[in-house]
Design a protein around this ligand. Structure first.
Ligand SMILES: Cc1ncc(COP(=O)(O)O)c(C=O)c1O
Length: 399
């Protein structure tokens, strides 16, 4: 069969997926952790090499052999390139002085919870959503209050959101685009989140790590761009694991919108004491991604859009499977309730019989709202994805 993508062939072709290296290096439920012969469509981490400019920048920085302490608040070039990104791509009047690097978006989420929640305080988290939100809220002694977000274009029930807010609610955690459903929130929805946060004096945590991965015709809006009142209570978090394939470098960014928030976040980060801090090499890599690698991201997106379409067409042809098109992210969140199996049973069946690893919609991964779903990452080559889907089809359609 002719490849679906003609342009982005080189960097995202099957030839550029080196399984020998991935088998040694790709952990977190992926190639290095599964038995030989299993295709891991699990953690959302691309199977592709990062942009060559990033490797060159790391080599050139380390060639000098000076790996001294960096500034606690981040390298100036990192802060400036992040601010330029937020200004140009997200329409936010971002200031380098209010941005600092963290050793992952995950840590940014935890840090924001630590800065704004005391023991017993409540934080609204989406349901379903990545486990990191509940985990972070609970790790600082807070109470996570799930707010159901329907998949696809179905309306968000803001009345229900207001009913969940109590005198103990301090924080509302947005995940936009939303992992695992791939929902991209509209400007009107964000205005409503902003209005409610202002009315109840809540801090907004907006995790936008997926914001570069949005499929046409959907467009991404950052909640910090919608109006000043909302921006002033928003902490925006992003990272480089999803858009640039740099998960192992553990690098992300936190952007405050006022100096009070910035000071609180810096204080709990422990960066000034050097107990924590973002590695300088990772900051150099991330800066290079922002300043030199947009072409790579654009080609990656072309490839991903084709993989998304392939996944949708195939998954929806399997008996009992129903997958709503993700508007963003590179995961296909698929309802399997009509197969009569639980998500755990389906995950085990696919692993044992199809030799394909997927993530089951268990509460501990994504919350109650993921029940009866499995999540499939499609950030791989067309050949690997075709092979995995073919194997799943053989198991499902012959059951
Ligand atoms: C919504 C969301 N936030 C944060 C992360 C973690 O990013 P990082 O690798 O920068 O910790 C993920 C990873 O899957 C994610 O989906």
């Amino acid at each position: 069969m002719a490849p679906l993508v003609a342009k982005a062939v080189n960097m995202f072709s099957n030839d550029s997926v080196n399984l020998e290296i991935l088998k040694k290096r790709a952990y977190n439920l992926r190639w290095a952790t599964v038995a030989d012969g299993v295709i891991p469509l699990t953690a959302a981490d691309p199977d592709f090499r990062c942009a060559p400019e990033i490797a060159e920048a790391i080599c050139s920085f380390t060639k000098d052999r000076y790996l001294s302490y960096g500034p606690a608040e981040g390298l100036p070039e990192f802060k400036e390139s992040m601010a330029a990104y937020f200004q140009k791509k997200r329409n936010i009047p971002a200031l380098p002085g209010l941005i600092f690097p963290v050793d992952s978006a995950a840590f940014g989420i935890y840090l924001t919870c630590k800065a704004f929640l005391s023991a017993g305080d409540e934080a609204i988290i989406f349901d379903p959503v990545d486990f990191l939100f509940r985990y972070s809220v609970e790790a600082v002694g807070g109470v996570a209050v799930p707010f159901q977000i329907p998949a696809g274009m179905l309306p968000v029930n803001f009345e229900q959101l207001e009913n969940l807010i109590t005198k103990n609610t301090r924080l509302i955690c947005l995940c936009n685009p939303l992992n695992p459903t791939g929902k991209v929130f509209t400007k009107d929805e964000l205005l409503e989140f902003g209005r409610i946060a202002c009315k109840h004096n809540l801090v907004i945590l907006s995790d936008e790590i997926w914001s570069d991965i949005v499929y046409s015709p959907n467009t991404f809006t950052s909640i910090a761009s919608i109006n000043e009142e909302t921006r002033n209570r928003t902490v925006t978090i992003t990272g480089f694991s999803k858009s640039y394939g740099l998960a192992g470098l553990r690098i992300g960014a936190v952007m405050a919108s006022n100096t009070d928030h910035f000071k609180r976040l810096m204080e709990v980060s422990l960066h000034h004491s050097t107990i924590h801090g973002a590695n300088v090499i990772s900051q150099v890599a991330a800066t290079t991604a922002l300043t030199h690698c947009e072409y790579w991201l654009n080609d990656f997106l072309i490839h991903l859009q084709a993989m998304r379409d392939l996944c949708l067409k195939e998954l929806n042809s399997f008996e009992g499977f129903k997958c709503i098109p993700p508007e963003g992210c590179y995961v296909a969140f698929t309802n399997i309730s009509a197969t009569g199996k639980t998500s755990k049973e389906m995950q085990e069946l696919l692993l044992e019989t199809a030799k394909v690893a997927v993530v089951p919609g268990l509460k501990e991964w994504f919350g109650e709202g993921a029940k009866d779903h499995i999540r499939i990452s499609f950030a791989t080559s067309e050949e690997i994805l075709q092979d995995a889907l073919h194997r799943i089809k053989n198991v499902i359609n012959t059951k």
